[in-house]
Design a protein around this ligand. Structure first.
Ligand SMILES: NC(=O)c1ccc[n+]([C@@H]2O[C@H](COP(=O)([O-])OP(=O)(O)OC[C@H]3O[C@@H](n4cnc5c(N)ncnc54)[C@H](O)[C@@H]3O)[C@@H](O)[C@H]2O)c1
Length: 290
């Protein structure tokens, strides 16, 4: 299937960068969000990033103009997705909300349109039945920050057609990303399952008083050669994001061990969400760019 027009729903941490990847790849791209503020912030952040790329000679001024020429921002889902060949949903990690969005997309998108979710954990079979075309639904999981991270996990459910999976793989390649196809669904997919196992153990060690979080990060960096420690990474991707992911995972498994940890709950309730709020496990200069 030939994709010409892509809609990205949700202009937050992930959505705005996925939309820019799409625009840079030459797709006519629509970025939609219910919040005007999110769209304005998205526009500002993208201009900042691309201007820095020009300064570093990673992008030409012509390519900048071209990309913004392809990128349209709107609060109207109909305008964004009404003629889309592919929709990438990147709203908050809440199953009910995603099902509501997919049900609306089912009504307004052309019959041939592929509907993909960028969810970090939710398998698309939990969403596909909110539509009348489950064969067109799959996971397309980018990593944060999407303009930098190369990998995309494409997950095929039993309901997903081969053509749908291939279409999404082709789009990833066109965006210059390394796409990897998972043949079977599993909550959290591959990268995040491995990451969660590390973060869960790091939190267990911290809450058990075995070591401070800074020292756990230091050990993981120095002994395991990870570029960044688990607490630094939680701060970077947002503690609220981690919280919702764990809450969703817990709802799926029912295993009390999968619940968000006490520390995470307290931090989210206190609004200490990591780099984006200036404080998480660590404290940041608010102007630091993530
Ligand atoms: N942040 C990460 O590290 C990361 C990485 C990979 C995947 N993801 C996944 O990407 C998705 C989005 O995460 P995020 O970190 O960008 O979240 P975010 O909170 O930064 O952004 C979500 C955006 O969705 C918008 N939104 C809410 N309801 C909407 C609706 N009905 N229609 C349109 N827009 C709506 C919000 O206004 C907000 O701008 C989640 O499913 C998450 O699991 C996140």
């Amino acid at each position: 299937m030939t994709v010409k027009r892509i809609a990205v729903v949700g202009a937050g941490a992930m959505g705005h960068q996925i939309a820019m990847l799409s625009a840079l790849a030459g797709y006519e791209t629509y970025l939609q969000d219910i919040s005007e503020d999110s769209l304005e912030a998205a526009d500002r952040k993208l201009k900042d990033i691309l201007n820095r790329w020009i300064e570093k000679e990673k992008l030409t001024a012509e390519a900048y103009e071209e990309a913004f020429h392809h990128l349209h921002m709107t609060t109207s889902l109909e305008e964004a997705a009404g003629q889309a060949d592919l929709v990438v949903e990147a709203v908050v990690e809440k199953l009910d909300l995603k099902r509501e969005v997919f049900s609306k997309l089912d009504e307004i998108t052309p019959r041939h349109a592929v509907l993909a979710t960028n969810s970090s954990t939710i398998v698309s079979s939990l969403i596909a039945d909110a539509t009348t075309k489950p064969e067109k639904v799959c996971n397309m999981h980018f990593f944060f920050p999407a303009l930098v991270m190369d990998c995309v996990e494409v997950v095929k459910g039993e309901h997903t057609s081969d053509e749908t999976a291939q279409t999404v793989m082709d789009v990833c390649h066109q965006m210059g990303r390394t796409a990897i196809l998972l043949h079977k669904e599993i909550s959290g997919f591959v990268a995040n399952r491995i990451l969660f196992a590390i973060q869960k153990e790091a939190m267990h060690l911290y809450e058990g008083g075995y070591a401070d979080f800074e020292d756990i990060d230091k050990i993981v960096r120095n002994a395991l050669n990870h570029p960044i420690g688990p607490f630094e990474l939680m701060d970077l991707s947002g503690l609220d994001v981690g919280y919702y992911v764990m809450e969703q995972h817990y709802q799926e498994t029912g295993d009390p061990d999968d619940r968000p940890s006490q520390t995470l709950v307290e931090k989210v309730e206190a609004g200490e969400l990591g780099r984006k709020t200036g404080k998480g496990f660590y404290t940041y200069d608010r102007k630091v760019k993530s």
